[in-house]
Design a protein around this ligand. Sequence first.
Ligand SMILES: *Cc1c(COP(=O)(O)O)cnc(C)c1O
Length: 373
Amino acid sequence: MHNNRIHLSQSHLSGKEEKYIFQSPNWIDVKGENIAGFEADLEQYLKADSYVAALSSGTAALHLALVVLGVQKDDEVICQSMTFSASANPIVYLGASPVFVDSELDTWNMCPIALEEAIVDRISKGKKPKAIIAVHLYGMPYKHDEISTIAQKYAIPLVEDSAEALGSTYKNQKCGTLGDISILSFNGNKVITTSGGGALVTSDVKIKERAIFLATQARETAPHYQHSQIGYNYRMNNICAGIGRGQMEVLTEYVGLRRDMHQLYFDFFQNIDQVKVLHEPTNDYFSNHWLSAILLDSYKKREALRLAFEAENIETRPLWKPMHLQPIFSDAPYYGQQVAENLFNNGLCLPSSSNTTALEKEKILEVMRKFFA
Ligand SMILES: *Cc1c(COP(=O)(O)O)cnc(C)c1O
């Protein structure tokens, strides 16, 4: 099907999706029962006082999170630099400006020291940031205690980008419930998928209702179409939600399979000094290991390994290129040193799909054995 190519992260059907998609005669109905059903599944999984709005993508969820928090034109929003562009783009959709913050070396996520430096400096320049967007990269929880303490100290809302971290926990609390507002993604390459989709998570039922209102064109109660606010077409559809319900049945199993991939790499690299595997720094952290990632001791070696995999038709990829190094954000302020930049230069993501076969695992190991012999 895929020319035997081994991919970084593939969608993985469980066979449990169809029974939800086709359960009602009018399964194509945009207002079908799967949407509320999927939200209830997620709410039950995350924790008792979580409220979930199912949306068309994780990016849409981030956009609405910022709208709900009142981010407006000319505001500033702090964002982890080392992330996917979708974490930062919604800031620009609203005419606000991103301020980027470096990573630390334990989790590769937002550095608390650089975060505080950024907040203090932006305030001294006359603009208090309107929100902080922190990301659990590759499923590894960011330093939540440190980050949220700083957010509270300066009374700035924390948006938790948990797009990659459904199934991860921090101090036994589920990722996706740690922010003032949190978001999830069910894109095709994530731990579970709805083919394409996302969700906004909040502990305030009014915020859930407001997100759904905005996601359905901000249509007010009236016999005609009445609007006094700009709305969006961001609601998840019934078919995608049905896929999501089937995938929720296998979430824990899929997290286990991703963690098995991580263990394979962790064991292999145990005795190879030139390579560090991204791994939970303490028992406070539990990663879904959405992607297994390693850090080599030079850019040259990283590229050589990437090409060695490519020669065997195995997909790997450098880590996220930091946002402050992207042409679209070249004017944005940046706080920190060169941690994110070094991670980008020397890091590599390895095949991590939950449906990697034993034969594929052996092929991957073979490349690594030869390379590090
Ligand atoms: C995938 C992802 C998003 C965006 O989610 P979509 O559902 O693809 O819009 C946002 N942030 C991070 C860190 C992601 O990995």
